[in-house]
Design a protein around this ligand. Structure first.
Ligand code: PHE
Length: 338
């Protein structure tokens, strides 16, 4: 048996030595140590060895197994190295790595975050409300009569239930005042929807940023100062801003704000960016009726509100000619903001 074991070992070591790749090395391993391997079969026949020889034969078997296993492991390491070296052949490992494409924020996100940042520093807190609204929060509480054109089916997206897609973020004014007593100083960025004819400055879904400030002694100069400061923070101190008298059912007096838009190669033009005004006492009255208290006593509290078009602000900020670029997701456009 001793000779048999030695022969198996010699044979196995020879096979290992000639194995040229990992697969033939594995074949060699299975041939000797596998379930039906030569050494395994010999080990199984140890039961037939006379008692007094068993220990010696066992030792021989173990020694052979150890020698073969070590040889297998060493050869494995060598073969791996050879394979790795072959895989790298012809590759210039000193070449710089490929650049990973890093994404960037959408211009609307950038302008919204900047706007929020400025207004938060001025003490405005974030508020929100649903995009699917009811007529009370979108119109009635905002002093908008039933025959007002904004309530028309032609201008507003209605659901069969009578609910609608909010036409402006001013509904968040109402929801905030229902839930909170003065003083209030909030901003509410969000989407608004209108059945507008789509062109270079209009989409049927756009982005607004609403603001509401209610307290005692809030006055028109506060409104003007706040919004002028805001627009100059956003666009630079030399930004030209103008307030035009306007009408909104929920503010009195009301204004539209224009900023001068200058695009290279085009004549400068005024572009409307916001509506604003002093909160109409009729709005406070509607809120009190809804709250069933007198928290917004229009003899004691005053306030101002504004609603800005974030898309328009982005267009001015970066001289974007067409609002549709903001929703088309053309990478050539978006890349410019990376
Ligand atoms: N909600 C008005 C609009 O969408 C803007 C506005 C907000 C005007 C607040 C006055 C006060 O046009």
């Amino acid at each position: 048996m001793k000779e048999q074991i030695e022969a198996i070992q010699t044979e196995a070591l020879a096979q290992i030595a000639t194995a040229g790749d990992e697969r033939s090395l594995d074949d060699a391993r299975v041939a000797v140590l596998g379930k039906k391997g030569t050494l395994t079969l010999v080990a199984a026949s140890i039961k037939d060895v006379p008692k007094e020889d068993k220990a010696a034969v066992g030792q021989l078997l173990n020694a052979a197994r150890t020698v073969i296993t070590v040889a297998l492991e060493e050869k494995q390491v060598i073969l791996r190295e050879v394979a790795d070296r072959a895989a790298l052949e012809g590759i210039d490992v000193t070449l710089p790595a490929r650049q990973l494409a890093v994404g960037s924020l959408h211009p609307l996100t950038l302008i919204r975050d900047q706007a929020i940042g400025i207004l938060r520093r001025m003490g405005f807190a974030l508020a929100e409300g649903p995009e699917i609204e009811d007529e009370f929060h979108c119109f009635d509480a905002l002093n908008t009569p039933a025959d007002h054109p904004a309530r028309n089916e032609k201008d507003t997206f209605y659901f069969d239930s009578g609910k609608l897609l909010r036409t402006h973020t001013s509904s968040v004014q109402v929801r905030t005042m229902e839930a909170q007593a003065p003083p209030i100083r909030i901003i509410a960025p969000g989407s608004a929807y209108r059945r507008d004819e789509i062109d270079a400055t209009h989409l049927s879904v756009f982005n607004q940023l609403e603001g509401l400030y209610v307290g005692t002694d809030v006055s028109l100069p506060d409104l003007k100062g706040t919004l002028e400061y805001f627009l100059r923070e956003l666009f630079g101190t030399s930004t030209e801003v103008r307030f035009r008298p306007h009408f909104f059912p929920f503010t009195e007096p009301s204004f539209e704000i224009d900023v001068k838009l200058t695009i290279k190669g085009q004549a400068p033009r005024w572009i409307e960016v916001a509506g604003c005004g002093m909160v109409d006492p009729a709005v406070f009255d509607a809120i009190n009726r809804s709250r069933k208290d007198d928290a917004f006593d229009s003899e004691k509290v005053t306030g101002f509100a504004f609603g800005m078009g974030l898309d328009r602000l982005a267009m001015i900020r970066w001289g974007i000619k067409d609002i549709r670029l903001l929703i088309e997701n053309d990478v050539r456009f978006l890349k410019q903001f990376a």
